[in-house]
Design a protein around this ligand. Structure first.
Ligand code: NAD
Length: 259
């Protein structure tokens, strides 16, 4: 993947950061995106660039806003050149029963987890089609394949992004472009850490029981998935070797969706 240009959204922490590191390690120039302390993000970019010898840039675009998503893609082209690899990974969660679910959280989850990917894909495709090569990977979830209580917006957006993945894959298959989703089980990242208190509230479980009862008991492997394992699957889907894999939703889930 030497000298491929990649955009990885939501890559200041967790799965996205591990993916940006892995793509850079394999020779890609990468635009990172996401929220966080600017000095810490600059330090991360410098560290990845020093380790990989590739160009690493950052956009703080708020992907809940379509104009910022489009501007980020334009900025990436200006900084790196035409984009070969797009990983739509930014995601947010909110835990509440449907009848109490705040309207603004519903709108936010739809915007970040689903609509942002539409806007970035729309921006990236013309150059990919022209160059007859492209890789798009969307981070869905096991909750794109099965339901779960108290997460109506998250489950809807993750099912939605798998639908978008399949639709795009068919449309661009003849142009050397693949589009796939990965479906992680439980990866201990800030998105999970922030849910522990909300889950304790809606389930009535003590906080120290939530991780085991809500997340780990559903994975036959019984262990948290390291972000690097999801990143490795994403990087494979971005490789030349994965040219015939398209329109799929690949579980990286410790067996979560087997039962
Ligand atoms: P995370 O909270 O560490 O990462 C989320 C990233 O998205 C961060 O970089 C954050 O700054 C960014 N982000 C949030 N809102 C944004 C916005 N409006 N604009 C731009 N960036 C924004 O969590 P993670 O677990 O690494 O999540 C990455 C993806 O993996 C998400 O799509 C999530 O739904 C999915 N996922 C996670 C798990 C898990 O167990 N952690 C399981 C399945 C799927």
């Amino acid at each position: 993947m030497r000298n491929r240009n990649a955009v990885v959204t939501g890559s200041t922490t967790g799965i996205g950061l591990a993916t940006a590191r892995e793509l850079a390690r394999q020779g890609c120039h990468v635009m990172l995106n996401g929220f966080g302390d600017r000095a810490e993000i600059d330090r991360l970019c410098a560290e990845i660039a020093a380790q990989s010898g590739t160009t690493i840039v950052y956009s703080g675009a708020d992907l809940s806003r379509p104009d910022e998503a489009r501007a980020m893609m334009a900025e990436a082209v200006a900084a790196l050149g035409p984009i070969d690899i797009l990983v739509n990974n930014a995601g947010v969660q909110h835990v509440a029963a449907v009848h109490e679910f705040p309207d603004d959280k519903w709108d936010l989850l739809l915007a970040v987890n689903l609509s942002a990917a539409f806007h970035t894909i729309k921006a990236a495709l013309p150059a990919m089609r022209e160059r007859r090569w492209g890789r798009i990977v969307n981070t869905a979830s096991v909750l794109g394949m099965v339901g779960a209580p108290h997460k109506p917006a998250y489950v809807a957006t993750k099912h939605g992004i798998i639908g978008l993945t399949k639709s795009v894959a068919i449309e661009v298959a003849e142009h050397g472009i693949t589009c796939n989703a990965v479906c992680p089980g439980t990866v201990l990242t800030p998105i999970i850490e922030k849910q522990i208190a909300q889950q304790a509230q809606v389930t009535g479980l003590p906080e120290e029981r939530v991780l085991q009862a809500v997340f780990l008991d559903r994975m036959p492997t019984g262990r948290l998935i390291p972000p690097e394992e999801v990143a490795a699957a994403i990087a494979f889907l971005c490789s030349d070797a994965a040219a015939s894999i398209t329109g799929t939703a690949i579980p990286v889930d410790g067996g979560y969706t087997t039962h």
